[in-house]
Design a protein around this ligand. Structure first.
Ligand code: NAD
Length: 274
């Protein structure tokens, strides 16, 4: 799919990786709605982007992705405002083991909800033109299968975390459903290693890490060992997924050592092996 002229919705778009996604999409000629619960950061981002791109090409919507009605309302607003929707990026995420239930709400439940909303609004046969959904996951706990690395329990329960059966099933079923019913919507996942964004500061905070706080130095050592990437590299991965129409149901891994590559699965019925 060409990005130019398309409309994208990015959750957690106010800072970090989401912000880099918004920047890359605008750079490729898309119109972008950035959704974030942090209104101040969202307004600041929009103002900064307006200096580089035409102001009418971005829309900031304050939205907590865990609030069902807010998220639904934001999807509706994007379509009313821009007249269409082609790309959905479920990127909002946190690292908070102390409030693990809310972490699962944000990192997993809301991603599934965002996927279903994306399918509802973009699928062919339901008023949509088809499109692409990209869900953010993580390489947390799969950096080295031989190392027993400490990893926050709630954080690793991400959609399509390749180490977890539940997640790959979710990915496969949504990719498969979208494919089989001629929705014209592709669903893919990005799993990066460490990326230089404000979320990394949470490792130093007891109020985020809870009982995993004592492992903070080990995690920092891992960051040094594996490297910390610039968010722009993750945005390159996003653009690759959008532009390559053969990618469906794929898990794209991005690491400092190997760059952009794909999780190998056994035979999946709906996509060529990459
Ligand atoms: P970040 O903390 O810099 O940005 C996350 C954004 O999401 C923030 O703007 C925040 O306000 C927003 N957000 C959080 N909860 C929200 C909610 N309930 N509703 C709406 N917005 C909400 O983090 P980041 O590093 O840019 O992370 C982006 C995604 O990438 C997350 O899903 C994260 O888990 C994942 N990820 C990050 C890394 C990394 O090392 N930075 C690695 C792998 C995966």
């Amino acid at each position: 799919m060409h990005v130019n002229g398309k409309v994208a919705l990015v959750t957690g778009g106010a800072q970090g990786i989401g912000r880099a996604f918004v920047q890359a999409l605008l750079g490729k000629g898309a119109k972008v709605a950035l959704l974030d619960r942090n209104s101040e950061a969202g307004q600041e981002s929009k103002a900064a982007l307006d200096e580089q791109f035409e102001a009418q090409r971005t829309l900031f919507i304050q939205c907590d992705v865990t609030e069902q009605e807010q998220l639904k309302g934001a999807f509706k607003k994007v379509i009313e405002h821009f007249g269409r929707l082609d790309i959905v990026v479920n990127n909002a995420g946190v690292n908070n083991e102390k409030d693990w239930e809310s972490t699962i709400q944000i990192n997993l439940t809301s991603v599934i909800r965002g996927t279903y909303l994306g399918l509802e609004y973009m699928r062919k046969g339901n008023g949509g033109n088809g499109g692409v959904i990209i869900n953010m996951s993580s390489l947390a706990d799969k950096t080295d299968s031989t190392a027993k690395s400490p990893c926050n329990l709630a954080y690793i329960i991400f959609p399509a975390n390749p180490n977890l059966e539940l997640d790959s099933e979710f990915l496969i079923s949504t990719g498969l459903a979208a494919n089989m019913e001629n929705y014209g919507v592709r669903v893919n996942t990005i799993c990066p290693g460490f990326v230089n964004t404000p979320i990394l500061q949470s490792i130093d905070k007891e109020e985020n890490m809870g009982q995993y706080y004592s492992y903070k130095d080990e995690i920092k050592n891992m960051m040094q060992f594996y490297g910390v990437m610039d968010p722009s590299i993750i945005a390159e991965g996003l653009i690759t997924i959008i532009e390559d129409d053969t990618l469906n149901g794929e898990v794209m891994k991005i690491t400092a050592s190997q760059g952009i590559h794909f999780q190998q699965y056994g035979q999946t019925p709906f996509t060529s092996s990459k």
